[in-house]
Design a protein around this ligand. Sequence first.
Ligand SMILES: [Zn+2]
Length: 245
Amino acid sequence: MRAFAVVVVALSLAATAEARPAKKKRVAIDAPAPRERVAPVAKALRDRSIGAPWSGRLQAPAKLKGGDGYVIRRPLRAFGTRTTVELVKDAVTNTLEAFPKTHVLAIGDISAERGGWITEHASHQSGRDVDLGLFYKKKPAGYPRSFVRATKANLDPAATWKLVWELAKTSTQDGGAQIIFLDYEVQGIIYRWAKEHDVSAKRLSRVFQYPNGRYSATGIVRHFANHDNHLHVRFKCRDRDTQCR
Ligand SMILES: [Zn+2]
């Protein structure tokens, strides 16, 4: 028993002795230059979408920041996964570049900083849902503060098609668009314009549920009630979001 105790003491002394050079090493690691280079990379990969859009949360999120040509209606709800934020930003930027004379675009809610339930939504809980306004021939009264119902008379189908396509085409990539909710009649307005302007039948059927009926499970853009004034984009779970549903 005593011999065992001696061994333990000897071992812990050895451990203490070993701990000392390690301390010296730490000083070297703490030197500012390498630390600055390493830290941002690790942080960029930490964001996670957890659970389902209607029962989920968000970890280490990215924030969509304001910029030229678009308005973030509620900055406290502009948090998403890094992928969601980047894909939305790219789609919006590409559309605004193609239509430099169009009015400002309304960007609605993504998620709260930690995700979870927020007022006015069942989903938007895990950083993968985004509400985006539409483009109009003339900026309607109240927009971009509020979303405005689209009709054949007021909708700008060219700019709106561009935005829909920029989002829909991400569907082939990790964390790309999974589904976009938009009223069936409004889909029809954009679809007919695109068809008349030489968008291929193949592309149209990939993008729109229209004209197969509002309950048809075809296309990325699907009918949903009360979605005649904005696009609701849901992005897919990324490979690294192992707890995402
Ligand atoms: Zn929504």
